[in-house]
Design a protein. Structure first.
Length: 754
């Protein structure tokens, strides 16, 4: 190639033949381009076309010579950053070649070449932004851990020490009976460490500390989730049902032995045909005043107690929920202690117990089915805190309303709806820790001629994992808030707290499901291996979305509570108040939806706390208003209220979702305000911004439909989410290290074998 016109084609000839970069169709494109250049002589065209003849490929040495020529040319000049820069440098007729620039740019486009990427192919050791990026730590990890753990740090550290012991090595046997025995042994160790009775009164051997109990549940969830559920059934559901629904005589008789695991028990509420609808259960407890006993009976198979933890193998007693029948009158659902087995673990007469068998997960928990065949228990076995039978054999209660009494009774058990989402949160943290640590060391692809790049450097990989990381932090602070509200509850706040706990249970467990799925996929085939733990986390938490209340049903409960509060607030307003309310709504719309606000893409605005809070609050109010108006219109139009609620169920879920997202965001920002360490504050702020903007992006359809934002703003938000993910990447490993999950609990070779 001894002419300038021929030399400028050298990069294209090399690209055409090296590593099949160009396809047969693109060979044709290059041929057409060469043939149609009027500034090429006929013999030059003939020569160039011969070099892209598929039937006569260049030799290996010829191809190597072409590459060396190009590499020398690039090495000789720092100014070559694009393919056309290279072409110009290969030519000795700069002025003439410059005029051809539009033609070559069109050719690059037709061939699908990225100019800067092509130049990197010819660099000996290319250094790119992506390949040079890596892990750093810009904050004190231990300080962030202490912020996350809060006042419960001592009990959290104690639990971590216990579950890191050799006797807590994971059970790998596929025999469920071996697995169940091991889980029971673990529970016994925890009981011996006085961890099971943590929430019980000190008078009965307990720690009288419900905050520590919840922290224990969450921390245990870094280990085996069958252990967590077994622990929760025994010391939470079984023991706390006695503490919450019973009275002093029950505490004296049972609590100490429950706390030491000398009295294993069950919580028998769910029936085959009645799960979430507890009020509809059909097991009966018929009172016989003559001998002061109750007869517990399962009237038919669909009324049997199903999926009862601790029932199949280990439970000796159960708190059984049944309809109280006195003289043929139904007094609603009450709770009774019913023996299942004797001290030798023989099933008692009148009791039938079946094993639920192999499950999708949690196979270390012995779930069973219980049927009662006219089982007689003494009167004192009724848990009678909220309802009693007097000496005359008459029903009495300090709460006259059947409905209110029922919901008061269930309200005392709301702790389960705090323990489960916190357990789910720990599982999500474990999955993210495995995925992010693996992604930091797992290398794939890279610039031509350079080394492979950690997959955590790829923007799409960050996009997959980091919004979940931000959401896990957000939910952590949201659940801390719910826990404190529950611990310091006041009677008048209980309905709101119950709804909030129900909603956070759904919000957290759904997030765990999605987080673990993305974490598994982000680990590729390695994530599919059981040894790397994500499969156990996924399978064990799958049930979290439906037990302790089906998530969709719980979200409707949340929405009904929000509508009730809305109606109450509106109903208490006088005419002046209503006018003010309408005025405030109009003022909000004007201020939030003016053209500048809906189109503002300024970075400072997009990252601003007030913008985030205003957007979340506005969405919640508007969705709530819309649902309330639609319900009223349907009912005013003659539709039964039950049918009306059925029509708007999808809106009810949106009401709950918007409410929970607003609460979580507010609590995240509150936690940041209370953070003293500036470096921790800075990284938490970045996470909070990512949480806020990724949620807005998820709901962008609603914001666009409502006119709260225009397309230019939602596009800017998408770009900002990408940028925040990129900015968080150096600290990603440190952020999961701050969870301080024991290595023995992670136990995933995937994060140590690289």
């Amino acid at each position: 190639m001894n002419t300038s016109e021929l030399s400028i084609f050298l990069p294209y000839l090399y690209l055409a033949w090296s590593d099949d970069i160009l396809t047969k169709k693109e060979f044709e494109t290059l041929s057409v381009f060469i043939s149609s250049r009027d500034w090429l002589k006929p013999e030059e065209k003939e020569f160039l076309l011969s070099k892209i003849n598929l039937a006569v490929p260049p030799s290996r040495s010829e191809l190597s010579d072409w590459k060396k020529t190009i590499e020398r040319q690039i090495a000789s000049s720092q100014k070559i950053t694009t393919l056309f820069d290279l072409i110009v440098s290969l030519s000795d007729k700069d002025d003439t070649i410059i005029t051809y620039k539009p033609q070559f740019e069109e050719l690059e486009n037709n061939l699908g070449l990225l100019s800067e990427e092509v130049i990197n192919i010819f660099k000996e050791s290319p250094k790119t932004i992506t390949s040079e990026y890596g892990t750093v730590t810009e904050f004190d990890v231990a300080k962030l851990t202490s912020i996350l753990d809060g006042e419960e740090a001592p009990i959290i550290n104690k639990v971590k020490e216990v579950i890191s012991r050799p006797e807590f090595e994971y059970e790998t046997s596929t025999d469920i009976f071996v697995y169940r025995k091991k889980v029971l042994e673990w529970c016994k160790i925890l009981a011996d460490e006085n961890l099971g009775n943590m929430a019980y009164p000190k008078k009965y051997g307990g720690g009288e500390n419900i905050a520590d109990y919840f922290a224990i549940m969450e921390t245990l969830s870094y280990h085996d989730l069958s252990l967590v559920i077994k622990f929760g059934v025994q010391f939470g559901l079984w023991g706390m049902s006695i503490q919450s629904l019973g009275t002093e005589k029950h505490y004296e008789k049972y609590l100490r032995d429950v706390g030491t695991l000398d009295l294993p028990g069950c919580f028998a509420m769910t029936e085959t045909h009645h799960g979430s609808n507890v009020k509809g259960i059909e097991t009966t407890a018929t009172y016989n005043h003559e001998d002061k006993t109750f007869t517990i009976h399962t009237p038919h198979e669909n009324a049997q107690k199903e999926y009862i933890g601790n029932a199949a193998n280990h439970g000796r007693m159960a708190t059984v929920f049944a309809k109280l029948i006195i003289d043929g009158h139904d007094f609603g659902v009450n709770a009774f202690i019913v023996p299942l087995r004797d001290v030798e673990m023989n099933v008692l007469e009148g009791i039938t117990i079946k094993d639920c068998g192999l499950k999708m997960g949690l196979n270390g928990v012995d779930n069973g089915i219980i049927q009662f065949h006219n089982v007689v228990i003494p009167k004192e076995n009724m848990l009678d805190r909220f309802a009693q039978i007097n000496e005359k054999g008459e029903f009495e209660s300090p709460i006259p309303s059947d409905n209110r009494r029922f919901f008061t009774m269930l309200g005392t058990l709301v702790g389960g709806r705090i323990g489960i989402p916190r357990s789910a949160l720990a599982a999500a943290k474990s999955g993210l820790t495995i995925a992010i640590k693996y992604s930091d060391t797992r290398r794939q692809f890279g610039p031509e001629g350079g080394s492979e790049v950690p997959i955590l450097n790829y923007r799409m990989h960050q996009r997959r994992l980091f919004p979940y990381l931000a959401k896990v932090y957000a939910i952590h602070f949201g659940l801390q808030y719910v826990t404190q509200r529950f611990i310091h509850k006041k009677e008048e706040e209980m309905q709101e707290i119950e709804a909030l706990a129900a909603g956070m249970k759904a919000y957290s467990t759904w997030n765990t499901r999605d987080t673990l799925q993305e974490s598994r996929e982000a680990c590729g085939g390695k994530g599919y291996l059981s040894e790397n733990r994500i499969d156990a986390l996924k399978n064990d938490t799958e049930i979290y979305t439906t037990f302790e209340g089906d998530n969709t049903v719980l979200m409707q409960l949340v929405a009904k509570n929000r509508l009730s509060e809305f109606r109450k607030e509106f109903g208490e307003m006088n005419a002046f108040g209503i006018i003010n309310y309408v005025y405030d709504q109009a003022k909000t719309v004007i201020s939030q939806k003016n053209p500048f606000a809906t189109r503002n893409t300024d970075e400072a605005h997009l990252l601003d706390r007030e913008f985030h809070l205003n957007a979340f609050q506005y969405r919640e109010k508007q969705i709530l208003n819309s649902a309330a108006k639609r319900l009223k219109k349907l009912i005013d139009g003659g539709l039964d209220s039950y049918d009306a609620f059925n029509v708007v169920q999808h809106q009810m879920i949106e009401v709950a979702q918007a409410y929970l997202e607003r609460v979580v965001l507010e609590q995240f920002y509150t936690a940041i305000e209370n953070t003293k360490d500036e470096n921790c504050k800075a990284i938490l702020t970045e996470l909070c911004q990512l949480y806020a903007l990724s949620q807005i992006e998820k709901n962008k359809g609603w914001f666009l439909e409502d006119g709260y934002m225009e397309g230019v703003k939602t596009k800017a938000i998408r770009k900002m989410v990408n940028q925040l993910c990129w900015d968080l990447r150096p600290n990603a490993v440190a952020l999961v290290d701050a969870f301080s999950i024991p290595e023995s609990c992670l136990a995933a070779p995937i994060i140590t074998e690289q």
